[in-house]
Every structure is written in structure tokens, then in C-alpha cells.
Design a protein around this ligand. Structure first.
Ligand SMILES: [Zn+2]
Ligand SMILES: [Zn+2]
Length: 357
């Protein structure tokens, strides 16, 4: 490929305030004027989600990048082309990652090496230390076995997911932390750090109150319901997510920028609908427990109303099975936490579920 054709596959106009990042349809486009926000769409791997967003906020020569997509052979080039095309000075750039998942923190190394300051919340650092370590993989295996998942499948499902979180300490990527309520500055704008636990324990959003603009990571999506997996036993990620969704519904968000897809309608309505969705699922789980008391978590999965091919379970991709099993367990945790259900280990140490009367 000569220089001319190499340059021709990016930086081409794709409408007003839009330029291409490659010849495959990935683009950088302006999505808001005040504050100035650009959406960089990057390739997403492994899941049914079509793409992952990085957002670039610019003001007064300063730049804030919210989330840095998955690292692969091409995404780092696409992100750098976006910054280059926008005339961003990496030395005057801050990267904020809403959570530690690979599709949001994967390109932190590239930005850091280009001179950007990397910032995460203390909550996200906690997630890195909890979720992006081999011990968490073993904990997931043990938890799934306790829910009645077979030995081989527990290992298979844990292995397919556990390294989807990034650990900046282990990877020696320099970073600073901020606390809940701290403010990140970008020119005239001040963006507050808002804890939004549910998708992960330490997930955080950014909130600019004057323009009512929120960068939400995976706290809520319009494409689908955010995946909520189990955390440690005794915790209630579904309960946390419902509380997060009701906080977001009350915040008066006008402009919402999510990790995947774009805003389609009101944030408040979307959050309320998503709360109802989780509550319906928990209600189905409770009904199934009433119908077959003493079931294991694994036995209850197909009764929770998932649109999934349970008749062809063995042929279903491991990642899909992981999402189904993990979110089902999270619903059982929610029913236990709210006192609707009792969890009793049998002689083999496998959890059995009973409705609390
Ligand atoms: Zn995520
Ligand atoms: Zn994501």
C-alpha cells in the first residue's frame, strides 16, 4: 500500500462534523456542541453489541476522553486517528474510564504512552483488584458450583469471562484516582464523579450539571439491558443497579452518552423501563421457586424468562451461557437480600432455594 492510499482510508468527510477512521465504516462524529463532544466508534469483540464508544470532550485546548475501547490490532490506530484528526494534544488530555472492563479501559496504555493522564475512581480501582485477578476466576468457579453448575461448565464459563477486566496495577499503567463527588475539569466544564454501581461494584459516571450531560459507561444502555452478573455472595448487584437506575432517572439527564449505541429517547423513561424489566425477572424467579421449592440456581435459570435456546444449551456459546447463568444468580442474590427467598445448602454444599413465607 503506498502513502496516498494509506491516507485515503481515513480522515475523509462522512457528513457534517464527521470523518472516517478507516475504510471499514468506523467514524468520529460530533454528537454535542456545548460541551463539544465527539463520538469515536470502535470495534467490539465477542459479544452481540455492535461497537463500543469512546467520547472526546474538548474545551480551551484541553481534552477529556471518556472510556477507551478494546485493544486490538486496529482500534488503537482508530482512536489515535480520531485524536489526530481533532488536533488533540495528548499531553493535555485526561482519560477517564467508567469501569474496568476491557471494552472501556483496553486502550488506556496507548493513551498513557502518548502522554495522557489516566484517571479512574477509587471504586474502579477496587474492581480491578477484585475482578482482574486470578483469585476472582476461582471464586466464580466455586460460586457456580455452589449454584449447581457442573464442574466442567463452571470452569468453562469462568474462563470465558474472568479476564474481561483490566488491571492497571498489574499491567503497570500509570493512573490517578478520584473519589465520588470529585470533579474532573476540561476547559470551562466541570464533570462530577457519580458512583453508578450495578454493572460492576465500582462503576462510575461523569455528570456535567449545567448542560445536563452524562457519560454513563454501561450504567444504562438503550440497545439492551445492561448485563448484571453476580458479585460476592451476600451482595446484591441487582438491588444496586435498581438504585442506580432510579438515581439516574431523577437526575434530569438531557444528553446521555453510553458505552454502546446512542441515546434513543428519554433517560428517565429508559431507566424506569429497565427497573421494571429487572423486577419482572426477579418476580419470575420467585414464582419458579414457589413452584419447585428446593431447586438449585442452575435448575432455575430456564424458568426466569430469558429468550435463550435452552433446548440447545450445550451448543450455546459459552459467553452467552455465562451471561444467562451469572445474571440469574444475581437475581437469586437479590431475592435473598430482599428476604423473599431462603438459600439453604444441601449435604453436598449446593444451594437450594425456598420461598420465605
Ligand atoms: Zn462493561
Ligand atoms: Zn461495555
Amino acid at each position: 500500500m503506498d502513502e496516498a492510499s494509506r491516507g485515503a482510508d481515513w480522515g475523509q468527510s462522512c457528513g457534517d462534523n464527521c470523518f472516517t477512521l478507516d475504510g471499514d465504516g468506523f467514524t468520529c462524529s460530533r454528537v454535542l456542541d456545548e460541551p463539544e463532544v465527539w463520538r469515536v466508534e470502535l470495534l467490539m469483540h465477542d459479544t452481540f453489541l455492535p461497537s463500543v464508544n469512546a467520547f472526546v470532550v474538548r474545551d480551551g485546548g484541553e481534552t477529556l476522553v471518556v472510556d477507551a475501547g478494546t485493544s486490538d490490532d486496529f482500534n488503537d490506530t482508530r482512536l489515535m486517528r480520531a485524536l489526530l484528526g481533532l488536533g488533540v494534544d495528548p499531553e493535555r488530555t485526561t482519560l477517564f474510564c467508567t469501569h474496568a472492563h476491557m471494552d472501556h479501559a483496553g486502550l488506556a496504555r496507548e493513551l498513557s504512552e502518548a502522554g495522557a493522564r489516566v484517571v479512574i475512581s477509587e471504586g474502579v480501582l477496587g474492581d480491578m483488584r477484585l475482578l482482574a485477578v486470578p483469585a476472582w476466576r476461582d471464586e466464580m468457579v466455586a460460586r457456580m458450583r455452589a449454584e449447581g453448575v457442573g464442574e466442567a461448565e463452571s470452569v468453562e464459563l469462568a474462563d470465558v469471562i474472568w479476564d474481561h477486566a483490566v488491571n492497571f496495577e498489574a499491567e503497570k499503567i500509570a493512573f490517578a484516582t478520584v473519589s465520588s463527588g470529585d470533579v474532573l475539569r476540561c476547559g470551562r466544564w466541570e464533570l462530577g464523579v457519580v458512583p453508578t454501581p450495578g454493572h460492576t461494584p465500582g462503576h462510575c459516571a461523569l455528570w456535567e450539571p449545567h448542560s445536563r450531560t452524562a457519560f454513563l459507561g454501561d450504567a444504562v444502555l438503550f440497545l439492551c439491558s445492561t448485563c448484571i452478573g453476580f458479585w460476592r455472595e451476600g451482595e446484591d448487584p441487582i438491588g444496586k443497579q435498581i438504585a442506580t437506575l432510579s438515581n439516574l432517572a431523577e437526575m434530569g439527564v438531557e444528553h446521555a452518552f453510553m458505552g454502546h449505541g446512542l441515546q434513543e429517547g428519554g433517560v428517565s423513561e429508559r431507566c424506569s423501563a429497565n427497573i421494571a424489566h429487572h423486577e419482572r425477572r426477579s418476580a419470575r424467579a420467585l414464582a419458579a421457586i414457589r413452584e419447585t421449592p428446593g431447586s438449585t440456581g442452575y435448575e432455575l435459570v430456564p424458568a426466569m424468562g430469558w429468550h435463550a435456546p435452552f433446548d440447545r444449551w450445550a451448543e450455546t456459546p459459552a459467553l452467552t451461557r455465562w451471561f444467562l447463568v451469572s445474571e440469574s444468580i444475581a437475581h437469586l442474590d437479590h431475592l435473598v437480600a430482599t428476604g423473599a427467598v431462603r438459600r439453604e445448602p444441601d449435604a453436598a454444599g449446593v444451594h437450594r432455594y425456598f420461598a420465605a413465607e
